[in-house]
Design a protein around this ligand. Structure first.
Ligand SMILES: *[C@@H]1O[C@H](CO)[C@@H](O)[C@H](O)[C@H]1NC(C)=O
Ligand SMILES: *[C@@H]1O[C@H](CO)[C@@H](O)[C@H](O)[C@H]1NC(C)=O
Ligand SMILES: *[C@@H]1O[C@H](CO)[C@@H](O)[C@H](O)[C@H]1NC(C)=O
Ligand SMILES: *[C@@H]1O[C@H](CO)[C@@H](O)[C@H](O)[C@H]1NC(C)=O
Ligand SMILES: *[C@@H]1O[C@H](CO)[C@@H](O)[C@H](O)[C@H]1NC(C)=O
Ligand SMILES: *[C@@H]1O[C@H](CO)[C@@H](O)[C@H](O)[C@H]1NC(C)=O
Ligand SMILES: *[C@@H]1O[C@H](CO)[C@@H](O)[C@H](O)[C@H]1NC(C)=O
Ligand SMILES: *[C@@H]1O[C@H](CO)[C@@H](O)[C@H](O)[C@H]1NC(C)=O
Ligand SMILES: *[C@@H]1O[C@H](CO)[C@@H](O)[C@H](O)[C@H]1NC(C)=O
Length: 426
């Protein structure tokens, strides 16, 4: 109860990372940096206008062979390049960059279908169009490694194995009014529990698969590929901003269900925390050291942090650590997100914002001081839909006005800077 109140009162803070961008001219700022790269010169106060070189250094070289009208989706592409901004793309990949890229592709392809009557590109077209889109995004400041960061392939623009791409065939095989009714207004919180739109999409994908396939085949892969076709069709029926909200909302339901962090081995924790006689000081030191490794991986949402706490707690319990070491060692949810001072994203992250003078910013909740819950033996995973979960599913009202600059901002910028220093000099 009090936690919920605390959370709602929490200040939402925009982080300004402009200095960071002046320091990292490329994408060195990655946790998985290879240890043998030679030290880079570190010249902190030289670059006068940090953002300028990033805006229009690259003029995209387009193939001229892609039939998609990217100009018609200018602002969508702009937002995507901000969410996938060079140095941040790997850190925001799972939560902001790749879901937005996926939504942008879906909307662009949906739009094209109004002209062509087809909800997918053929293989030749998809190769040209993917390469053109990548060029355009990079020209606007996005990472040049989106292909690997978001597993983006030219097949993402085709039908893959879905047998139906024709809009007319789609509309004759699907109960379109039922589908639209379920998906035209998606409440990002309710949808994750009730799954009304997700179920309608699955239903429609199943119907188009069955309409065009041999019965008695294993159609699971096709049905899954057809979901993308259904998304594209939906995008034609909604206006672009509504389509984007819906697609991002659906993606959020999926990503908030799992912890995206990789858990390294726990030898040191089990050695220091396992038996009853263990020394709390050294146990907590081992815990802190372990958590600090998790923190280098990526920015995560508050609900993902909850999943991560559950996963870690469950792993510790399997090592026969029965006492609540989260409480004993004051581990909180924000400890799972990038850096010690903890930028935890809202469960429905808003888009990154670009400003000519201040750079790229995105909204974090720095005051989200919720202790990490120790999993009880009966409940194996944290679910947004269970009444017992204390965290508000969506801090909606508070996240809409990212305007506060407080001490947390400084702390975080400094933290990021020192992390960059460590990366560059190590
Ligand atoms: C790059 O942007 C600056 C300022 O926005 C502008 O003056 C300049 O002409 C642009 N250069 C190119 C090549 O577009
Ligand atoms: C692309 O879309 C823009 C804006 O909607 C429009 O002005 C332009 O004529 C279109 N280009 C082509 C080749 O259709
Ligand atoms: C592209 O497709 C792959 C495989 O189907 C999928 O894992 C990936 O998320 C897609 N990428 C985007 C940006 O949609
Ligand atoms: C692929 O699509 C493009 C544009 O729609 C068309 O011009 C081309 O002939 C198609 N290629 C094949 C192999 O079907
Ligand atoms: C799919 O087909 C079933 C059976 O024909 C029908 O009841 C259902 O409404 C259809 N759903 C959609 C979304 O088309
Ligand atoms: C697919 O749907 C169309 C239009 O509703 C129908 O005429 C056709 O028989 C269906 N085919 C199969 C295999 O269900
Ligand atoms: C716990 O370990 C620390 C050093 O790791 C030591 O200073 C302290 O005395 C130990 N405490 C107990 C109660 O053994
Ligand atoms: C925990 O135990 C290991 C022995 O496996 C030891 O090397 C380590 O220094 C201890 N302390 C911490 C903080 O990990
Ligand atoms: C945990 O304790 C049980 C029962 O005491 C034992 O069988 C098991 O091997 C222990 N597991 C670990 C990882 O130590």
């Amino acid at each position: 109860m009090t936690r919920r109140a605390e959370f709602k009162l929490g200040l939402f803070v925009v982080l300004q990372f402009m200095f960071l961008l002046s320091l990292c001219s490329s994408e060195e700022f990655l946790p998985q940096i290879s240890p043998d790269t030679s030290p880079q010169p570190f010249l902190p106060f030289i670059a006068p206008s940090p953002m300028a070189p990033y805006i229009n250094t690259t003029i995209p070289k387009l193939s001229g062979l892609c039939s998609l009208n990217f100009t018609a989706s200018e602002s969508l592409i702009q937002t995507t390049s901000h969410n996938c901004w060079t140095v941040f793309a790997p850190l925001l990949a799972n939560v902001m960059c790749c879901p937005q890229l996926d939504a942008a592709l879906t909307i662009i392809l949906g739009k094209a279908s109004k002209e062509t009557g087809q909800l997918a590109l053929n293989r030749t077209q998809s190769k040209h169009c993917l390469s053109d889109l990548e060029q355009i995004l990079v020209g606007k400041g996005a990472s040049s490694k989106l292909g690997s960061i978001c597993s983006l392939h030219s097949s993402n623009l085709t039908a893959s194995s879905c047998p139906v791409t024709d809009v007319d065939q789609f509309e004759s095989a699907v109960d379109t009014s039922k589908l639209l009714l379920a998906c035209e207004k998606v409440d990002p919180v309710k949808e994750c529990c009730e799954q009304a739109c997700q179920n309608a999409i699955l239903d429609a994908a199943t119907n188009i698969t069955l309409n065009a396939s041999e019965p008695l085949m294993d159609n699971s892969v096709r049905i899954s590929d057809c979901k993308n076709i259904v998304h594209r069709w939906l995008a034609t029926k909604l206006d672009p901003s509504q389509a984007k909200e819906t697609l991002r909302g659906l993606a959020n339901c999926k990503l908030n269900r799992v912890c995206p962090l990789v858990f390294p081995h726990m030898r040191h924790i089990s050695a220091n925390c396992s038996n009853e006689l263990s020394n709390q000081t050294s146990c907590c030191r081992a815990m802190e050291s372990y958590v600090s490794h998790l923190q280098k991986q990526s920015l995560i949402t508050n609900l993902q942090a909850l999943d991560c706490a559950t996963s870690l707690g469950t792993k510790l319990q399997k090592l026969n650590i029965t006492k609540n070491v989260f409480t004993a060692c004051h581990i909180s949810l924000k400890d799972f997100s990038l850096q010690e001072s903890g930028c935890l994203l809202p469960s429905l992250p808003s888009d990154a914002i670009f400003d000519q003078d201040t750079g790229i910013s995105f909204t974090c909740d720095l005051n989200d001081n919720i202790p990490a819950p120790w999993p009880s033996s009966s409940q194996s995973s944290a679910s947004t839909c269970k009444k017992t979960v204390r965290i508000p599913a969506l801090p909606a009202a508070a996240s809409s006005q990212p305007s506060l600059y407080n001490e947390g901002v400084k702390r975080l910028v400094i933290f990021v800077l020192s992390m960059v220093l460590v990366m560059l000099l190590s």
